[in-house]
Design a protein around this ligand. Sequence first.
Ligand code: 6GU
Length: 225
Amino acid sequence: MKIDILSLFPNMFDGVFTESIIKRAIEKGIVDIKIHNFRDYSKDIHSSVDDTPFGGGAGMVLMCQPIFDCIKSLKTDDSIVIMLTPDGEIYNQKKAIELSKKKHLIFLCGHYEGFDERIRSICDMFISIGDYVLTGGELASMVLVDSITRLLEGAITKESLDSESFSNNLLDYPTYTKPREYAGMEVPEVLLSGDHKKIDEWRKLQQIEKTRKLRPDLLEDKDAK
Ligand code: 6GU
C-alpha cells in the first residue's frame, strides 16, 4: 500500500513511523509512506498557504491552490483522498479494515484554521477520530496510518488480529504471563489446565462478559465491527 500525507508540519511525524510495527512494515515493503509539505506547492512569492476568510471572522483559511496542486501531482485512478477534519465521519475498526484494502491513500491534514470549502470537492472521504478538537489533522492521520498498517498482510501475525478488540464486535479477553501468583493475585485456573477447548470457551465467555460490562453499545451495533 502507498500512503501520502499532506501536512504543514512534516516534523510531527518523526518517530511515529520509525518504531515498532510500522517501521518493520516499511522495511518489509508492505507500506510506503511519504510526507509532503503542501507549502512547497504554493505559487505565492511568500509561499503562503492560507488567507483571511471572505466575509470576515477570526483566523485564517487554508487556500485551494497549494493543496489542489499537491493532490493533483500525487493522485492516480487508485487513490482515495481523505480529509482529516473534526466534522468528518467518526473513525472505527470497520473503517480501518475498509481502508486497509485500498491501494493508495492520500491524507490531508489541516492545522488550526479551516479549509476553503472548495477543497472538499477533491476529497473522497472526511474522517474524524472522535468528538474533541485537535490542533491539527496530523495526530489523526497517524492514528489512521497505525491502525491500517497493522492490518496489512505480513505486518503482524494473523492470530493476533483474530481475537483482538473489536473483531466480531467484542473486546479482547484478559491475558496473563508468569508468575502464576503476583501480589496475591492468581492466574485463572483454566489457563493452566492445558485443555485448549476449555480455554477457548473461557476466553469467548470473557470477551462477551467484558463487552457487556464495559461497552454494551458494541453488542447492539452490529455494524461497528
Ligand atoms: Cl481529524 N482533526 C482535528 N483538527 N481535530 C480532530 C480530528 C481531526 N478528529 C478529532 N478531532
